[in-house]
Write a protein that binds this ligand. Structure first.
Ligand code: TYD
Ligand code: MG
Length: 458
């Protein structure tokens, strides 16, 4: 005999953990005060009580599977194509997360515009804005094709019907937190509702072979609001990020079942919408000061893409007992470590100095190859000595002050040479294996230790 189920359950807002009673701390993700009470649907079937299946699924070999129509289609925005792994995959479910006002709706509207103008029927469903509001945004962006359909709706049953009727090839759901399904009694945006909505959309995407883009708002902690489960369910998770005060925006793949997660796409927010930035290095370096101590150009990789950024350091005498260390765009622990290496191996008295480090332009760079640039710019500021403005540095620094090799040195040198840098200070172990034509493009200065590097640069 089946027991009657309680009509409400508790869900963790962070990870979606489900429990019959309230708890102060979620046992799954250890977050405090995240359990919320939500009604549960009565239609949930107990496991095993489902319909008896008559046909059994047969396993098949990889070579026997035909790809059918699942060929990717190009978006017309190469920055986005790259992040998606080479285009939109039909039948894929893509989650686009980002802070409010960063430009998610703009990005997806532009994406839909591109797709519609290349002959695809697409549907943009908004649960947040009225048709007039969308029209206003569209007018800033430009001309639109008639194959782009707009709908303001939050009821998933209606959405399902509309999709079945119009059979679009791509759909945008803006945003998942506003959608609701009758199957679940709780309010839109709640954990169970978001989960149910995503499930339904997943079903539509897979059965009808439609690419669905879901907008998800991001919480203070930087994860998509609602359960983390959302990220597990979808095929691809993209984060749209950027400094609100700077105009550039970055699309980053956090998870991708159809491609690499290392790739980023760079955009600039303009009055007429987002514009692709084909050469981010040039963009990041614009406005760089010349002949200023503490400034150093570093070549870091973002996925397979080399990017030149300026590291700025300000090292000054500390007026308090404990020196202040602050870093923007780079890991503060890495900065502390490099400061310790400089102090111990090179004998600089940085223990009495405050140090502020910054990656100009607001980029976040967490790559070991940044090490050498961070160390060199700190010393440059400390000694008040200028680094020649045509110099690019890269290399990982070890605890004994040795400069270690990094990946893809070839691409980094090529990028630096392309942007007109004439001197490249790099790990000796990498310099030996450079191809001849690349090595000739600029003056290569191989270094084995931090000591060597500082000697040649400063
Ligand atoms: P929006 O796409 O509404 O952000 P989200 O959906 O992520 O909340 O973008 C809103 C911001 O973008 C807003 O601050 C204004 C700016 N914007 C422009 O600068 N130019 C434009 O052409 C558009 C459409 C928006
Ligand atoms: Mg929006």
């Amino acid at each position: 005999m089946a027991k009657s189920r309680p009509s409400t359950r508790f869900f963790c807002n962070e990870c979606g953990y489900e429990s019959a009673k309230w708890m102060g701390q979620c046992p799954a993700c250890k977050a405090w005060n995240t359990m919320v009470e939500e009604p549960v649907s009565r239609t949930t079937r107990a496991p095993g009580s489902g319909i008896k299946r008559t046909n059994i699924s047969e396993p098949v070999s990889v070579s026997a599977i035909s790809l059918g129509s699942s060929e990717r289609f190009q978006t017309g925005m190469s920055e986005l194509d790259r992040v998606l792994g080479g285009g939109v995959v039909p039948g894929s479910l893509v989650l686009v997360g980002g802070d409010p006002g960063i430009g998610k709706s703009t990005l997806l509207l532009q994406l839909m515009r591109q797709l519609s103008s290349s002959g695809h029927t697409v549907l943009y469903i908004s649960g947040e804005e009225s048709l007039a509001q969308i029209k206003m945004r569209a007018m800033r962006i430009g001309e639109f094709d008639d194959r782009l359909l707009l709908l303001t709706e939050t009821d998933l049953t209606v959405i399902d019907e509309v999709i079945r009727k119009y059979k679009p090839e791509a759909v945008v759901i803006d945003s998942i937190q506003t959608m609701f399904s009758d199957n679940v009694a709780s309010a839109p945006g709640s954990v169970s509702q978001v989960r149910e909505a995503t499930n339904l959309l997943m079903n539509i995407a897979k059965t009808m072979c439609i690419a669905i883009f879901i907008v998800g708002h991001v919480t203070k902690e930087g994860t998509v609001a609602g359960p983390r489960v959302l990220e597990h369910m979808v095929d691809t998770v993209l984060y749209f990020e950027g400094d609100r005060h700077a105009s550039y925006r970055i699309v980053r793949a956090v998870k991708n079942r159809f491609g690499s997660t290392n790739e980023i796409g760079v955009f600039e927010m303009r009055n007429e919408g987002l514009r692709q930035v084909a050469n981010p290095s040039e963009y990041m370096l614009s406005g760089r000061p010349h002949d200023s101590a503490g400034s150093c150009v570093v070549c870091a990789m973002e996925g397979t893409r080399p990017m030149l950024v300026e590291v700025q350091a300000l090292v000054c005498h500390s007026s308090f007992g404990i020196p202040r260390r602050q870093a923007t765009g780079i890991d503060i622990n890495r900065v502390n470590l490099l400061m310790a290496v400089l102090e111990k191996r090179m004998g600089y008295h940085l223990g009495e100095c405050d140090a502020y480090l910054n990656v100009a332009g607001g980029m976040r760079m967490n790559e070991p190859a940044m090490d050498l640039g961070i160390a060199v710019s700190a010393v440059s500021s400390f000694k008040n000595a200028v680094i020649a403005s045509d110099t690019v540095v890269f290399g990982e620094v070890g605890l004994s002050g040795e400069v270690r090799s990094v990946t893809l040195a070839q691409n980094r040198v090529a990028e630096a040479a392309k942007l007109g840098f004439t001197q490249i200070v790099m790990p000796a172990s990498n310099a030996a294996s450079l191809e001849k034509n690349v090595a000739k493009a600029a003056k290569i200065i191989p270094v084995e230790s931090l000591y060597d590097a500082i000697k040649v640069i400063l």
